[in-house]
Design a protein around this ligand. Structure first.
Ligand SMILES: *Cc1c(COP(=O)(O)O)cnc(C)c1O
Length: 402
């Protein structure tokens, strides 16, 4: 006779199978139980035909992986605990001492920090290239180049590159090309299918699911999508060896938000465009950086890839007129009431961050022509008129003596 405490853990009741509801169940596990030793020995963690250990996947994480792969038009997906972990996982899988990775000059900042830090310490070098000059990328690809990162648009400064031209160069030179597709989210353009009918696409598409797919500002997660099984297995082996798993509750939160991602993306986009267009008329603003705005760097490339009526997310930056000093722009940011100061984007709350762009760029490439201070806006899901009124009142703070 076992004691009640044992019965609590070894209870014989099994609920009936076949439960079906709009949302999938949440499975959480470190341990996965096998029927016998033979089953334990036979199970292969590399393919999604069985379960071995929580780190290698549960029904909940497999489901999210399949949906993200479908969203991006890929065939395999690996989940990791953050967007940055996705970037790191790709580099760790594909690069070894003596190799080189190329990054766009407007790359997501922590990706460059990883190249400067761990990758450099491991004997992996990197070069920055000018993303608006495909010939600059071409000239920098050498015999040690194993990986090229592309981003559309670039982080913070929003320049939109000619992705197809960059990918063509990587193809011609036989170098793996990985896209940070966080901005596009699988909605604005097809990373694996850049030119319809041509079969031209990136090899790897990474996203910070932290942003639009999660949509709540409350989950950190990343995804690595591929179309090539061998490439997927290479990245998956590294994923297994470094031990990057995601929790069932976080996967469930993304699964819950995913059905509305396209609706939310359109709403963020519409409000951001309205504000960006209005800001372009303001005398305090030297330039609005938003790929859908004519005059923004790479606008024609955005139009060619995303379409005349294409989507463009909820992000833009403004460069203030150089007559405004950093302290005045800081006062503008502090005066905002609805826009909060905070990193990341993709949630319902509007956010701003002031950036010191020259400090983030390669001096040699000279890709930053502006003198004024930049502020990046992430437009949430508040009423756009209210957001505009908030910016208008904060612009008054610029005029006040500091
Ligand atoms: C936010 C972001 C990441 C990193 O995502 P985290 O989940 O915050 O680590 C990577 N790339 C881009 C372009 C991002 O905006």
């Amino acid at each position: 006779m076992s004691k009640p405490v044992t019965d609590l853990i070894h209870h014989p009741y099994v609920p009936p199978a076949g439960f079906h509801a709009p949302q999938p169940g949440v499975f959480k596990a470190s341990t996965v139980i096998f029927a016998n030793v033979a089953a334990m020995r036979a199970r292969d963690w590399k393919h999604k035909n069985g379960y071995t250990y929580g780190l290698h996947g549960t029904p909940t994480t497999f489901l999210l992986e399949e949906r993200i792969a479908a969203l991006e038009g890929g065939t395999q997906c690996i989940l990791v605990p953050s967007g940055l972990a996705a970037i790191a996982n790709v580099g760790m899988a594909l690069l070894k001492a003596g190799d080189e990775v190329l990054l766009p000059d407007n790359v997501y900042g922590p990706s460059r920090a990883l190249a400067d830090g761990e990758f450099a310490a491991w004997g992996i070098t990197h070069q920055l290239y000018d993303p608006l000059k495909p010939q600059d990328l071409e000239a920098r690809i050498g015999p040690k180049t194993r990986l090229v990162w592309v981003e559309a648009p670039g982080s913070v400064t929003m320049e939109f590159p000619d992705l197809a031209a960059l990918v063509r160069i990587c193809r011609a030179r036989g170098v793996t090309c990985a896209l940070d597709n966080t901005w596009g989210a699988g909605l604005a353009f097809r990373g694996f299918d850049l030119v319809p009918g041509e079969g031209l696409g990136v090899d790897i598409s990474v996203q910070a699911l932290t942003k639009y797919p999660s949509g709540g500002g409350d989950v950190l997660m990343g995804s690595i999508v591929t179309r090539d099984e061998k490439l997927h297995q290479r990245i998956k082996l590294t994923h297994m060896r470094v031990g990057w798993g995601v929790g069932g509750n976080d996967a469930e939160a993304v699964l819950r938000s995913l059905p509305s991602v396209a609706l939310r993306y359109r709403a963020h986009d519409a409000a951001a465009r309205q504000l960006a267009q209005w800001l372009a008329t303001r005398p305090e603003v030297a330039q609005v950086l938003h790929p859908a705005l004519p005059g923004s760097p790479g606008h024609a490339h955005w139009q060619a890839l995303c379409g005349e009526q294409g989507l463009a997310a909820g992000l833009f930056s403004i460069v203030f007129d150089p007559r405004f000093a950093t302290q005045q722009v800081d006062a503008f940011c502090d005066a905002l009431a609805l826009f909060k100061l905070g990193y990341s984007w993709g949630g319902p709350l509007s956010l701003v961050v002031p950036y010191d762009i020259p400090a983030m760029r390669s001096a040699q490439l000279a890709t930053w022509p502006h003198k004024g201070v930049l502020v990046r806006f992430s437009v949430g899901l508040e009423d756009a008129q209210d957001l505009q009124a908030d910016i208008a009142q904060a612009l008054e703070a610029l005029q006040r003596p500091g």
